[in-house]
Design a protein around this ligand. Sequence first.
Ligand code: BDP
Length: 713
Amino acid sequence: MRAAFAAPFLLGLALLGWLLSAGRAAAEDGYDLWLRYRPLPAAIAQADAVLAGPVVAEGAGRPTLQAAQAELTRGLAGLLGPPSRPGAGRILIGTPDSSPTIAALHLPLDGLGPEGFLIRRLGADTVVAANRDVGVLYGAFRLLREVQTGRPVESLDIRDRPAVKLRLLDHWDNLNGTIERGYAGGSLWQWQKLPDHVDPRIADYARADASIGINGAVVNNVNASADSLTAPYIGKAAALADVLRHWGVKLYLSVRWSAPIEIGGLATADPLDPAVAAWWRAKADEIYRAIPDFGGFLVKANSEGQPGPQDYGRNHVDGANMLADALAPHGGVVMWRAFVYSSDPADDRAKQAYREFKPLDGRFRPNVLLQVKNGPIDFQPREPFHPLFGAMPKTPLMLELQVTKEYLGQGTHLVYLGPLFAEVLGADTGAKGPGSTVARVVDGELDGHALSGMAGVANTGADRDWSGSIFDQADWYAFGRLAWDPTASPRAIAEDWTRMTFSLDPAFVAPVVGMMLGSRQAAVDYMTPLGLHHLMARDTHYGPAPWDVSGKRLDWRPPYYHRADAGGIGFDRTASGSDAIGQYSAAAAARFLGPSDISEDDLLWFRHLLWDYRTASGRTLWDELVTRYDRGLDAVIDMRRTWAGLAPYVDAERYRQTADLLRLQETEARWWRDASIAYFQSLSHRPLPAGHAAPRLPLAAYEAVSFPPESER
Ligand code: BDP
């Protein structure tokens, strides 16, 4: 048997866990995520017998180290089997200050920072060492990943550290247990039972985060309730933090700007009023008494009707700095969101955040990050990168991505978001010459910021499979991996995920990864091809509604975005239109508009064009539009076919879930395609190009669809 001599009781626990998880294997309901630890194929397990010795961690009473030890013990037992080979080398884990053995090795840990790690084979032993316990934990998960993905382990020599400092999930969880834009069941937190009962599942959640390097969780909705800052809720949050902490995950809170009025009894929330500042200081002190490692505040202010400093004639700097001053003595940060747009429809919504924030560059306190969505509108299937990236060199800009697929098919469509995330990270802002990518802005390197961050709006919920479907788990996984290394390849991430989640068999991995990599472009094509955007149904953001003019504001109506009529289609954001293009560097603007952009992915985002405009393919714009809608639908039909051929490689439960959802996706891709073509044809008055089928129903039938039906809302 594997032995864990520093904490022998862990052996029993680990084995129990292993037996339990083995017992669950039959169900394969997705609960285990990518941490399945099922036995590896014999050939690989044989080679990995170098890891068949005991996991040794010196340093009692250090929960994160013990978690790392238990994880390695459990993982290796699952992957390689419990019995150890006599004489197999040890797996030594720890930091120089936790472990005299590690200290005596004088390993080169400089430059690894607090979260980096080193994994190295030393004689018969394998070492996982770091400067801090959390680095050891990350190293343990990395070692397991190497084994689990079938990489050779005989001569391991890995040094790694995260490029981004704050790697956070933003949970849009409400205190009543619902989740805004959540498609995987209710909230995991169970506020009502806290702090007396902390669901053991919280530890599993934190463990999954840790396995991909996520080190923070904002636990409540950006549309925050002031109640989350009351003493009872601080107590509840503290109970959560006590669990998250062991896995290196810090707790953060979204705060409601008007809390000093709503729960503090003040008459105002004016950031320049000394009583208001004092209230926030006292509140921060109170939070830190309960949660000593509290991360800080996330703020949605003066956005979509939320209160904010502008209600008092102040600006975002006044607001953010006042909160920053309250948190600074404790080491906390303010993440101030840049998702703002005014109600003046005359002004292109895509321009508004830049216009409001760029002049404020250099005026924020050092512990403020400005949190900017990937694109200037709102998490669309494709957007050009947000023009603020590269435009505010004196302010750390935190990238906000949406892991939950609000506009991309929600909990049902298979759309792997790795390519979307990587596309924005790889986009060249041109701010400081070629290669000034969003990734380099976000990790702080381009402008020399020590503080840096990436946030993903979480897709987790209380469903057994956490994310709503097995394939949606890949987006959580990809977000973590890219926050750790923003230059990582979405293909490599998909390959690792597929191997860990399903199987090492190349006959399975290759087609699944192919399917995943093509799936985002497929969704773009069947929903909003060629740079079209925001054509989804109002409020639900599910299903097509390019015709809908019922929104209260012009910019809540799809025609505001597509601007189609008998003449043509698209939003003119060139200098002759709204000139949103003018917010980008000359190099980026030239790429968006230039003839070299043969992908034409952003064509109608920036330009209003005649239906007969010649696209790069030689087809007219109208014909190209129809061709892309069909390309999207065809890609989904292909995905279904691919998956159908993979049944022999997957357990029945996970096979069936994916097959069912792909069938639904095909139906809905057809709905999108037919409804959109029917609508745009009513304006273009052009025949469908040869070989493209007419929509199955007349336009009126699509316009009449209400989805989800009223009864299900
Ligand atoms: C939009 C969502 C809305 C969020 C808002 C935000 O539709 O539910 O509150 O973004 O990010 O995408 O604040």
